[in-house]
Structure formats: structure tokens, C-alpha cells
Design a protein around this ligand. Structure first.
Ligand code: IPM
Ligand code: MG
Length: 356
């Protein structure tokens, strides 16, 4: 089992280090190879996703990814910005299915910005399509506006588009996932305005007929945003396009009060996957040893479960994380009165110890 380890920028290196320590403690035959990605790769090789890094990722069974990005790269041309590394990996590896669970841990209910009764026990799964939509749709660019409100003015444009097979396969992923959970899928669209999402809605409805045991409902994205903060526990599996999924998954993450706790998985059709925390590179706290490594450690657990077929090892990691939370250990992002504040490495130590 080969893992490409891509720590990236900011807190990426610190948090991935802890996840690697945990993986090494499991007595599995894991081969891990590290490479530069994002701003770090740009600094060293002039490109955020160097050929060698992409090759390593393609050849591996799974990629363990930290985070990319720093304000200091904001002035670079778009193709050279750190974010292009993650978009390039998604595209080149065909990672179309993005799993973003939002789970509110019992011990962290107080950290949510919503009232405890709204989030206690929250366990929703956002499934975001990751290789289509306006993120990758062509044509895109800048030009002189040929028509519209201001002909002749400078204009920029992107294209929202989805093909039927792209919608079919992500819909199936969502229905299959729902079967293993509470058997409900909410498909989020904007069919009232957009052609792309009328097709989305039609196709998801058709695929839904193959899954009569799963309850399907449809929601416009604006309403979904509202329902997420009004009654989030009503959702089970949410399936949506790339752009809406980007936005809704951040909102869902924050409901749990602890974006530092949330893992994510991005899979292709052969179950090769990229695993990363749902949070970013947090340059403001990078190098200080205070970042929460739990989202990355939990991402490593997802990797063992989904891409490496090691469910027992994944269970061990998840149980260990529960245990350190029960012991009251907290990094600053989730710290509250009456709990023990620890740093990144100490949290890693505690998880290692809790693995038993
Ligand atoms: C995410 C991020 C990325 C996205 C950025 C960094 C390109 O926001 O993974 O949600 O927009 O997909
Ligand atoms: Mg995002």
C-alpha cells in the first residue's frame, strides 16, 4: 500500500507530521513517500504541482494531503497559485466524489455557533461533485464584452456545465452512501434558474428510482443554506455540484464548531483517493505548534477505510480520537473552560497513546 504524502503549506507540514506518526504506529505495511505541493513546491521548483509530485500521486493508492496557500502567493498568475495544485490533482486523478462529513462531537457541542440543541448529535454527509461545474467548465476567460449590458466593456466569464454521466455517477455515490446511513438524500440544485441544474435535478430523480429504499428530496441551494443553519439535523446525505458544495460544506463544517476536526475524502472510480482536512493552511498560526492535527488524523482514518481496505485500523484511529477528546485534551481552536489546552505535537502524542 503506497501513500503519497503531500504536506503543502502553512500548518500543512505540522498536522501531516502527526497523522504520519499515527499511521506508522499501526503496524501496517504502508509505504509513504513525501513530496512538495502548493506554495512550497512553487518556491522550490517554480510550479505548485510539479511533474514529480503528480506522478507520485498518480502511482500511489492514496494521497494524504495537508493544505495549500498563503497570502504571499496571491499576486502570482492563476496557473501558478498554490490552489491550482489541489485543482490539478482533482482533475488529473479524476477525483470526482468529495465526501465532507460534518459531525458534531458530543464534547464539542458548546463550540458551535448554533444552540446546542440544534447541533447535538449532528451527523451529515455532504457529497460534492468535484471535477465538473463552473470550476472546470470551458470556455472561460477575459475578453471585450460582445453584448449584454455594456458591450465593449472588459468582461470575465466562466461556464457552468454538467454532462449526464457526471451527474449519474455522483448521484449513485450519494445513494450508495445513504444506504449505509439513514437512507435519505437531499439533492441541492438551482433548477428554478439554471439549465445545468435542471438537468442535475432530472438525472438525480431518474437515478433515485434505482434506489427505492432511499428517500430523495430536492432543495434549492438558497433554501439549503437556510435549512443548514435552521435545522441541520434534518439532513442525512446532501449531494450537490462543485460550486454549491464548496460553499455549503464550509457552512456545514462551522455548525460543528470545529473545522479543525473535520476530515474529507475525494475519490475516483477506482477508489484511489485524496484525503485532507476540511480546513485550510491557516498561515496566521503556521509554525507555532498550535494547529489542531485531528482533522488530518481523521482523514488518515478515512484513507484506511476507503482506499486501503483497512477498516479495523480506521476504527482504531477514530476510537483514539474520541478518547483524547473524552480526556479533555483540546488544541486552542476547540479549547474551552475546564479542558486542557495542548499543542499540535502533544495532541499527536495523546492519539498515539490512546491507540493502545
Ligand atoms: C475547498 C477549497 C478549494 C475549492 C480551493 C482551495 C480551490 O475551498 O477544497 O473547498 O474551492 O474547492
Ligand atoms: Mg472550499
Amino acid at each position: 500500500m503506497k501513500i503519497a504524502v503531500l504536506p503543502g503549506d502553512g500548518i500543512g507540514t505540522e498536522i501531516v507530521e502527526q497523522a504520519v506518526r499515527v499511521l506508522n504506529a499501526l503496524d501496517l505495511k504502508l509505504e509513504m513517500e513525501t513530496a512538495l505541493v502548493g506554495g512550497a513546491a512553487y518556491d522550490a521548483h517554480g510550479h505548485p504541482l510539479p511533474e514529480a509530485t503528480l506522478k507520485l500521486a498518480k502511482e500511489a493508492d492514496a494521497v494524504l494531503f495537508g493544505a495549500v496557500g498563503d497570502w504571499k502567493y496571491d499576486k502570482l498568475d492563476r496557473p501558478l497559485r498554490p490552489e491550482q495544485a489541489i485543482l490539478g490533482l482533482r482533475k488529473n486523478l479524476g477525483l470526482f466524489a468529495n465526501f465532507r462529513p460534518a459531525i458534531c462531537y458530543e464534547q464539542l457541542v458548546g463550540a458551535s455557533s448554533l444552540k446546542p440543541e440544534l447541533v447535538a448529535g449532528l451527523d451529515i454527509l455532504i457529497i460534492r461533485e468535484l471535477t465538473g461545474d463552473i470550476y472546470f467548465g470551458q470556455p472561460r476567460g477575459r475578453r471585450v464584452s460582445p453584448d449584454g449590458h455594456f458591450p465593449g466593456a472588459e468582461e470575465a466569464f466562466d461556464t457552468m456545465r454538467y454532462t449526464r454521466p457526471e451527474i449519474e455517477r455522483i448521484a449513485r455515490v450519494a445513494f450508495e452512501a445513504a444506504r449505509k446511513r439513514n437512507k435519505r438524500v437531499t439533492s441541492v440544485d438551482k433548477a428554478n434558474v439554471l439549465e445545468t441544474f435542471q438537468l442535475w435535478k432530472d438525472v438525480v430523480t431518474e437515478i433515485g428510482k434505482e434506489y427505492p429504499d432511499v428517500e430523495l428530496d430536492h432543495m434549492y441551494v438558497d433554501n439549503a443554506a437556510m435549512q443548514l443553519v435552521k435545522a441541520p439535523k434534518k439532513f442525512d446525505v446532501v449531494v450537490t455540484g462543485n460550486m454549491f458544495g464548496d460553499i455549503l460544506s464550509d457552512a456545514a463544517a462551522m455548525l460543528t464548531g470545529s473545522i479543525g476536526m473535520l476530515p474529507s475524502a475525494s475519490l475516483n472510480s477506482s477508489n484511489q483517493g485524496l484525503y485532507e482536512p476540511s480546513h485550510g493552511s491557516a498561515p496566521d498560526i503556521a509554525g507555532k505548534g498550535v494547529a489542531n492535527p485531528l482533522a488530518t488524523i481523521l482523514s488518515a482514518a478515512m484513507m484506511l477505510r476507503f482506499s486501503l481496505n483497512q477498516a479495523a485500523a480506521a476504527d482504531r484511529i477514530e476510537a483514539a480520537v474520541q478518547k483524547v477528546l473524552a480526556q479533555g485534551l483540546r488544541t486552542p481552536d476547540i479549547h474551552s473552560e475546564g479542558t486542557t489546552k495542548v499543542g499540535t505535537r502533544e495532541m499527536g502524542d495523546a492519539v498515539l497513546k490512546a491507540l493502545g
